[in-house]
Design a protein around this ligand. Structure first.
Ligand SMILES: [Zn+2]
Length: 242
């Protein structure tokens, strides 16, 4: 079954490919290593290179035929063979930040009566926010999760993925952790599950580290009340954002 290249080959950030459709400033490729964004995670950045030139990729947009690579130069018109390269530092940072949000999310789910996520946003500056539906939560208890989060990083839990039927996924409490967003199912009706072995399993379509120990330490920067039910927890990667 066809699965996304960034899921099947998370360590391959560059590949030779070809243009299958083009408009000024945007291009559709036969294959691409770029993560298109989604689930709160930003699209990869990077560039497309050919003999004698290169142009930066500043975004990806769903369109006819798949995800179109949006080019920094709005007038660029590309054709033929080229090399697609994801910015490795940006991808690695997003993987670490995304893994950090899963660890936070795991502890909130476990310690706050199965609380679900109501929103998520990862930022290019090494910070992220997660919103949780925890009407009775004491913000100090949320802040105190910083210790367990960093302990989970130190324990270097493996992170892996598998696929389960969508109908099955809905039968396991907490596997679909978001109240509003479910990752898109595969063509054969399965959903991707990301497991931090020994800590957490949840549906997710993003990119993550191969083990929690590959992450920088994580700080909880702020806990805000967002309405009667919601708490917004901001985290940052030490050495990147704080
Ligand atoms: Zn994820």
């Amino acid at each position: 079954m066809a699965r996304a290249f960034y899921h099947e080959h998370p360590e391959t950030l560059a590949l030779e490919t070809e243009v299958v459709d083009a408009r000024p400033g945007r291009v559709l490729l036969a294959r691409s290593p770029f993560y298109p964004g989604g689930g709160g995670q930003l699209a990869d950045r990077g560039r497309l290179c050919w003999s004698g030139g290169a142009v930066a990729v500043v975004g990806l947009e769903a369109g006819e035929g798949g995800y179109w690579h949006v080019l920094e130069d709005p007038a660029a018109e590309l054709a033929g063979d080229l090399r697609a390269e994801v910015d490795p530092a940006f991808r690695r940072m997003m993987r670490a930040l995304h893994t950090g949000t899963h660890i936070l999310n795991a502890f909130v789910f476990q310690r706050f009566a199965g609380a679900l996520v109501t929103g998520a946003q990862l930022n290019a500056d090494g910070t992220a926010r997660l919103d949780f539906d925890v009407p009775e939560a004491d913000n100090e208890r949320l802040r105190a999760l910083e210790g367990p989060i960093n302990e989970a990083i130190r324990q270097n839990f493996a992170v892996r993925d598998d696929y389960v039927a969508l109908a099955e996924a809905y039968e396991v409490p907490g596997l679909i952790r978001s109240k509003s967003v479910t990752p898109p199912p595969t063509a054969d009706g399965k959903i991707r599950i990301v497991e931090i072995v020994g800590l957490d399993r949840q549906a997710c379509g993003g990119t993550h580290l191969a083990a929690t120990g590959d992450s920088e330490p994580v700080r909880i920067l702020k806990v805000d009340n967002k309405g009667r039910h919601n708490r917004r927890v901001r985290i940052g990667l030490v050495g990147v954002a704080v």
